[in-house]
Design a protein around this ligand. Structure first.
Ligand code: NAP
Length: 470
């Protein structure tokens, strides 16, 4: 069989592995196997690409793999679970940069050899550099905002969208001009002029990435990271066209499509449009307590909380970012087991945007070996919330904020929430009455049926467990 055909077939096998792997990632029971399957697909793709190459510079290759693997291994050890969102953001950025460099290197090679490049490939190089560059610089800003290296609030100024539109138009105009130049052939602006156009696209892409991300507030950064993830896939897809690699085109398209689907799911979970996330400067104005959430919060200690939970026959946990910050997931599982031993039904209600990244709570609870069948979504619990004896909120705030349902002036108005305030009793575990990530005050704390169990979530849950043991 001819070698080209074998390579093509192996690329199809790798692509099938990617698609099946992605499908399996949609359920916690198959996610681990899905991950392994996708990794095998990637191994097949890389090995096939190396086998198909006429000449491989092994020294460079081994050095690059060595550096990349060492950074990855170090990151896996050093980066805490709570820092994962910004880490994912950084990875997207490097994906975009890698694609951009592939496009650039391909052009540079042709330019140095004074060789011609097909018009279609020049367009693909332009798109790789534009999308890859925007992804890189935008991801660096997202990383900075999430890690607190730069302020998370939106940076807004008059005519911002107009300025961004001008830069995008300029980038496209330069891109069209660039695509019309032939690398080695003499033209009105010459090969050096064409190269300068390419540098111009790089600069405009970097500037556009920064300027289009700074107006977005820190609270919306996880959505932006999903969008940038989608961009990094599109950049990889364009790079696949540049170097004529089918498996890169397929995998880039898969990342591009899944990133945009995830972005849509998250926007829907916040009841906001993507345009609202990107252009509204959400988080620049903050609702204050003077907005009218009055009343007295009712603090309780672990002893009283125990008496309430012990008497319940139906308990729902609503975890949020505070559970991740406190690393309370193992203590939560232990408490849940004790409540079950006491004869009560336990469910964990996971809001799609709880925490700081998609699936944040699912990952933590899976790590603590919480049974998958106990994980439910807000729409499974909300219709019968009045029948729930106790809702225990563990470091969640925005995703349980009833202002989203009750206060038309709240920035969270319309966001689907977990209706813990409609449970018979709601116990909120957090350290203070401070607002959550969106900076919006929460009337839940002052409701008649709410009790505040103040303190670090791990410490208070451990105290509750001790009460049960006692
Ligand atoms: P949240 O609204 O940010 O609230 C977390 C709460 O945890 C804080 O109010 C904090 O209160 C408490 N906390 C922090 N450390 C704690 C500790 N050690 N022990 C106990 N409590 C602790 O979190 P959320 O309810 O999970 O909502 C997520 C937010 O992120 C939403 O605004 C959502 O829109 C946004 N977001 C998330 C995603 C995503 O991918 N998940 C995407 C887009 C936007 P104290 O300081 O008083 O303790």
């Amino acid at each position: 069989m001819n070698a080209e055909l074998v390579h093509g077939l192996l690329y199809i096998v790798a692509s099938v592995f990617f698609v099946l792997g992605l499908k399996m990632l949609s359920s916690p029971t198959t996610a681990r196997r899905g991950n392994i399957l996708s990794a095998i697909g990637m191994l097949i793709a890389v090995a096939t690409t190396l086998a198909a190459m006429e000449q491989v510079r092994w020294v460079w290759l081994v050095a690059a793999v060595g550096v990349g693997a060492s950074v990855g291994a170090l990151a896996a050890r050093l980066v805490k679970m709570t820092s994962m969102p910004q880490m994912v953001g950084l990875f997207n950025g490097f994906g975009g940069l890698a694609s951009m460099l592939v496009g650039w290197a391909q052009y540079h090679g042709a330019w140095a050899a004074e060789a011609d490049i097909h018009g279609f490939i020049r367009v693909a190089i332009f798109l790789t550099i534009l999308i890859g560059g925007v992804t890189f610089s935008g991801s660096l800003v997202a990383y900075g905002k999430l890690s607190g290296t730069i302020p998370g609030r939106p940076v807004l100024y008059k005519g911002q969208n107009f300025v961004n539109a001008i830069i995008l138009t300029a980038a496209v105009a330069v891109g069209i001009l660039f695509s019309m130049q032939e690398a080695g052939r003499p033209s009105a602006i010459g090969p050096t002029g064409a190269y300068l156009l390419l540098i111009g696209i790089v600069v405009l892409a970097f500037v556009l990435g920064v300027l289009s991300t700074i107006p977005i507030g820190g609270a919306d950064m996880p959505v932006v990271i999903c969008l940038l993830n989608s961009y990094s896939g599109l950049a990889a897809c364009a790079a696949g066209f540049v170097i004529g690699n089918n498996v890169l085109i397929v995998s880039g398209s898969l990342v591009g499509a899944s990133g945009i689907i995830l972005t849509r799911i998250m926007c829907k979970a916040m009841n906001r449009s993507l345009a609202n996330v990107l252009f509204s400067g959400f988080g620049s104005t903050v609702a204050t307590k003077a907005a009218g959430y009055k009343g007295e919060a009712k603090p309780i200690g672990p002893e009283d909380a125990y008496l309430i939970v012990e008497a319940a026959s139906n308990v729902v946990f609503a975890p949020g970012y505070g559970m991740a910050a406190a690393q309370a997931q193992h203590a939560v599982r232990e408490l849940a087991e004790m409540i079950e031993d006491n004869g009560a039904e336990v469910r964990y209600c996971i809001h799609p945007v709880a925490g700081r990244m998609p699936g944040h709570m699912n990952v933590l609870l899976a790590e603590a070996n919480v049974p998958y069948e106990q994980l439910v979504e807000p729409q499974d619990v909300n219709p019968n919330m009045e029948m729930v004896d106790v809702a225990i909120v563990i470091g969640a705030n925005d995703v349980v904020n009833p202002a989203a349902r009750e206060d038309e002036n709240s920035p969270l108005w319309g966001m689907p929430i977990i209706d813990v305030d409609r449970a018979r009793t709601c116990i909120v575990l957090k350290r203070s009455l401070n607002p959550g990530f969106a900076g919006v005050d929460n009337p839940l704390f002052f409701k008649e049926n709410t009790r505040m169990l103040f303190g670090d979530a791990k410490a208070t849950i451990t105290a509750l467990v001790a009460e049960f043991k006692g």
